[in-house]
Design a protein around this ligand. Sequence first.
Ligand SMILES: [Fe+2]
Length: 265
Amino acid sequence: MLIAQISDTHVRADGTPLRGTIDTIAALDAALAALMALTPRPDVVLATGDLADDGRDADYHLLRERFGRLPMAVFVIPGNHDDRDAMRRVFAGSPMLPEADDGDGFLHYTVESEAVRLIGLDTVYPGEVWGGLCEERLTWLAGRLAAQPGARTLIFMHHPPFITGLHFLDLPFPGAGPLKAMIGASPQVELMVCGHFHRAIARRWAGTQAIVAPSTVYQMNLALAPGVGFRPTADPAGLALSLWPADDHPITYTVPVTAPGAVLP
Ligand SMILES: [Fe+2]
């Protein structure tokens, strides 16, 4: 099974450029073209938040239309730039945003129909750049993990619950402690995939493999020195992939997207 991840598309359906220069729609189309050019084609696509730059209905309509062109299943979760109500309005009735089974208002859900069990988390605290998991969301996740302890599982979420080393955005993640304990006690969680940092990052956390996908728009600077602030860079956009051999742990890749429709050789 091959799982693709696109993140931080920051779509602006009205065409206004992001940071004054970036055509977010062209960037989305380039990423989807790169995804479609892969052989074999991914079986499923996860879109891990900051889907829209300003969380407008029109942005989600554009995303739903573009994702709807893809032959494989696509699943969406929110990031800090997204608006839950707008996402719910636009993706309502679409398999891209399955209904949570408990109707608690969070955009989290499980996907049981794929060869790998997928759990999408909603780490958003409206109005905040940082994310986390409150007691209610942690309890929901604990129940979902306990329901299928033997199923190989991928968790996808916008905000990484761990330190990345990029100091300017390494903000506290409420609930990180209990989440770490929960994942550490759930060896079926083979991979966690996140966004938010607009840069490819990989690390071990809570006994599992964790990655951050690059953004389809701009990439953030590699600010490893304390005190270095945020700056967008011209590093290539990209998407992330995980290959799940039937009898081995998942393997992850980053695929650069350099120009509309093109993938680096
Ligand atoms: Fe973002």
